[in-house]
Design a protein around this ligand. Structure first.
Ligand SMILES: [Fe+2]
Ligand SMILES: [Fe+2]
Length: 148
């Protein structure tokens, strides 16, 4: 079970944009460092238990999955950690406000845009990816029960 490549690449792209902001001297770099310290452990947790389930989706839509027990385990963990994940999004959004303000006053549009992109990423996770992962877990659990 693998994280869809598009999602992994999106995380990588966001991190490389953030690294460019961190390399900026002064307030922008400092604010970017705060975002980084919050974001790294958050991305790691997502890649551990919130996103791998999505790798079992296919265009055939047949819903046949490999390692169903593992999918259920990951999804139980996601459900348990969900309040913390959402709280981290809030903390990241607060840190992004400072980064955005610093980037705006320095006239660095690139980093203002990055902050918007990361906010949108978190919103997409809350609206689409997390619910989809939870749904996959419920579906797999139900089909195991039906089989038994
Ligand atoms: Fe993410
Ligand atoms: Fe996230």
């Amino acid at each position: 079970m693998r994280i869809p490549i598009s999602l992994r690449k999106e995380h990588e792209e966001l991190l490389s944009m953030l690294e460019r902001a961190m390399a900026t001297p002064g307030e922008v770099g400092e604010a970017a460092q705060v975002v980084f310290d919050l974001l790294m452990p958050h991305f790691h947790r997502e890649e551990e238990f919130a996103l791998p389930q999505l790798g079992s989706l296919s265009l055939s839509g047949e819903g046949k999955v490999e390692r169903p027990e593992r999918i259920i385990e990951l999804t139980d963990q996601l459900r348990e950690e969900l309040p913390r994940m959402l709280e981290e999004h809030v903390q990241i959004a607060i840190a992004l406000e400072s980064l955005q303000a610093a980037a705006e006053s320095a006239g660095l549009e690139e980093h203002v845009k990055f902050a918007d992109m990361l906010l949108l990423h978190a919103q997409m996770e809350e609206e689409v990816l997390y619910p989809a992962s939870l749904l996959i877990g419920s579906y797999v659990k139900r089909s195991l029960v039906t089989q038994a």
